[in-house]
Design a protein around this ligand. Structure first.
Ligand code: ATP
Length: 268
């Protein structure tokens, strides 16, 4: 269980996140929604300590992760992998090496520096790439891939970390509708297949409703909705998105149903 306990983050006088409390059960797929500036990224970044809370605590399985330092903090960051809007791959390195970076904590920096990846690590990385249909790209430079392919590499890298939680910060914001679906399907598959908890910031309400089993709505740093997607009425969504409601509610393109197939059990 991940517990966010009365967490506030201020930047100067302004609270980006204010007195937020949240419990996330193992295996949940939570969509954090809300208009731009609502505090979604700050909330996610505090969970893996890319931002420090000004007040409050974050606990995972009863352990306070807000006070971790050194090796303990590295271990925590390994257990909660982060996926970013801009993929954060090393563009000039090949896809395989980018995915192997997710094994860093398992193999140690010295071995990684000299590219002394074990056969097992390589097999795990290749299996992750296979799951997302990009194994044939393993030898290509990451920067030569399309946005959707790069995000799948980033998801593969997150998966080989063997995390308990994946924090995805607007993972589809720079993708076209087809790649949006491919990337969300990939996240859904690892959630269902491995039981990895996913907390995903999403601007698109349609996508959030389609893929998440729980929605957390934020406005001005506070949680203003927390429930099943079906419980979020269009009126409540209008309140949540304010002047951006037209973008997410009117004239939207319906999202196709997620792909149902499960991945091959190659990665264990
Ligand atoms: N490092 C920072 N320094 C100063 N203000 C910040 C910083 N990071 C975030 N903020 C402010 O905190 C508020 C919440 O930002 P945050 O990025 O968390 O919102 P968001 O809901 O993720 O928005 P978006 O969808 O546009 O990324 C905004 O007003 C933002 O300007």
């Amino acid at each position: 269980m991940l517990t966010i306990d009365r967490v506030t983050r201020r930047f100067g006088a302004k609270a980006a996140v204010e007195d937020v409390s949240l419990e996330v059960a193992p295996g949940a797929f939570v969509g954090v929604i809300g208009r731009s500036g609502a505090g979604k990224s700050t909330l996610l970044r505090m969970i893996n300590r890319l931002q420090e809370p000004s007040e409050g605590r974050i606990l995972f399985e009863g352990r306070n992760v807000t006070t971790l330092t050194g090796a303990d903090l590295r271990d925590w960051r390994q257990s909660c992998a982060m996926i970013f809007q801009q993929f954060n791959l090393v563009g000039r390195l090949d896809v395989m090496t980018n995915v192997l970076m997710g094994r860093l904590n398992h193999v140690g920096t010295a071995r990684a520096l000299f590219k002394l990846w074990s056969i097992d690590d390589r097999a795990i990385a290749l299996s992750a790439l296979e799951q997302f249909d990009i194994a044939t790209l393993a030898a290509q430079r990451a920067e030569s891939l399309s946005g959707g392919q790069q995000q799948r590499v980033a998801i593969a890298r997150a998966l080989v970390q063997e995390p308990k939680i994946i924090l995805a910060d607007e993972p589809i914001a720079s993708l076209d509708p087809r790649n949006t679906r491919i990337v969300m399907d990939a996240l859904q598959r690892i959630n269902k297949h491995y039981g990895i908890t996913i907390i995903c910031n999403l601007h698109s309400l349609d996508i959030a409703r389609t893929y998440c089993d729980r929605l957390v709505g934020m406005a001005q740093g506070r949680i203003v909705f927390d429930g099943a997607p079906e419980a979020l009425t269009d009126d409540a969504a209008r309140d949540l998105y304010g002047i951006e409601a037209g973008d997410v509610l009117d004239g939207h393109t319906p999202v196709p149903a997620p792909a149902a197939q499960m991945p091959s059990p190659a990665f264990a």
